[in-house]
Design a protein around this ligand. Structure first.
Ligand SMILES: Nc1ncnc2c1ncn2[C@@H]1O[C@H](COP(=O)(O)OP(=O)(O)O)[C@@H](O)[C@H]1O
Ligand SMILES: N[C@@H](CCOP(=O)(O)O)C(=O)O
Length: 326
């Protein structure tokens, strides 16, 4: 469960006086998510989401995240819209944390996505990449090469507790990625965490994307690699070629990948697998027992990383041959 900061009814009611949202009728903490504290509010004007921003979110980045949601929404992407306070600000404070109210998005996230859903996710990711064009704020990716090294420095000493030999394996992976990371690929605003729990569906139709709190400026194809990692592997660790094909077809139906982006997919996928391995490893080693959050398994991403390391070409992700040669 991710409610790190509790709130009182009185404080919440006081916080809501700054907004035009009617009367509070009920509220409860949401037992999902990892990063922030989220509450579902019912008001006389309808449901809303209250988010209190926690440890990995820098307050200085909040105008980027909240402004991005406004920008994407205005360009037709289905995503939550932050609500302005009476003074026009999107951000307030509650229980000592920065806090925002955002619109409630209908739908549910899928526990068992199929290839047809991966196709929809691919399309929505490409739509987001196009809709992000022209967003005036920028935010470098804090979880790219330099950020990985910093995270690794905090966990390396204890990594062999999780699996023997990890210290050497990850150190040499970081060296490889530092020497081979692509530089001149198309870049823009990426979601950077488009996992299953951040994509809502109503039936088989995608109803929207949530959780833009890792969004940043980076290589667009890196975001594709994050989705391949998050959506196209089965629980037993096997890569599902049908899902990969559907995801990539969906993406390319909206924004075709260049030959250079396609060629870079294996190294980008190694990087994105390492990124989630490292944050999970850090949380695994530092979250105190009994904390009200479900720790995610770092080894799932180590296995994905090893899979990408033995990929000979991007064709193995399920790209049609005409997409590779064009
Ligand atoms: N705009 C929204 N509409 C509906 N539900 C939401 C919305 N934002 C968050 N939620 C709910 O809160 C949960 C956690 O939100 P999320 O943004 O993923 O948190 P975290 O940043 O902590 O991972 C989601 O799985 C969903 O159930
Ligand atoms: N997607 C990340 C964890 C971040 O969680 P989210 O609830 O913000 O999506 C992972 O799986 O490691």
């Amino acid at each position: 469960m991710a409610v790190y900061t509790d709130i009182t009814e009185d404080d919440l009611k006081h916080f809501l006086t700054e907004y035009d949202v009617g009367e509070l009728t009920s509220y409860k903490g949401i037992a999902e998510g990892v990063e922030n504290s989220n509450f579902l509010l019912h008001t006389t004007r309808g449901p809303l989401i209250l988010t209190l921003y926690e440890k990995r979110v820098e307050k200085a980045d909040l105008p980027f995240f909240l402004g991005l949601m406004q920008h994407l929404y205005a360009r037709g992407l289905s995503c939550p819209l932050p609500l302005p306070r009476h003074d026009g600000q999107l951000l307030g404070e509650l229980s000592g944390r920065p806090a925002a109210l955002i619109s409630f998005l209908e739908g549910m996230w899928l526990r068992k996505p199929e290839a047809k859903h991966c196709r929809e996710v691919g399309k929505a990711l490409a739509q987001m990449h196009l809709a992000g064009e022209g967003f005036p704020l920028t935010r470098p990716n804090a979880l790219s090469l330099e950020g990985w090294k910093a995270l690794w420095a905090k966990s390396a000493d204890r990594a062999d507790e999780v699996e023997k030999g990890l210290q050497d394996e990850i150190a040499s992976e970081l060296d490889f990625l530092a020497g081979n990371w692509p530089k001149d690929l198309p870049a823009g605003v990426i979601h950077a965490d488009l996992f299953q729990d951040n994509v809502f569906f109503l039936g088989d139709g995608l109803s929207g994307l949530i959780d833009f709190y890792f969004a940043c400026n980076d290589l667009l194809a890196y975001d594709v690699s994050i989705c391949l990692n998050a959506w196209c592997f089965e629980k037993d660790g096997a890569y599902n070629l049908t899902k990969g094909m559907a995801m990539l077809e969906g993406y390319q139906s909206v924004r075709p990948l260049s030959p250079e982006e396609i060629a870079a997919l294996p190294v980008l996928s190694r990087g994105s697998a390492l990124r989630f391995f490292l944050t999970r490893l850090y949380d695994w080693l530092t979250t105190p027992p009994g904390a009200l959050v479900v720790k995610k398994d770092p080894l799932e991403y180590l296995r994905k990383l090893r899979f990408h390391r033995q990929i000979a070409s991007a064709a193995e992700y399920g790209l049609a041959s005409e997409a590779i040669s064009s």
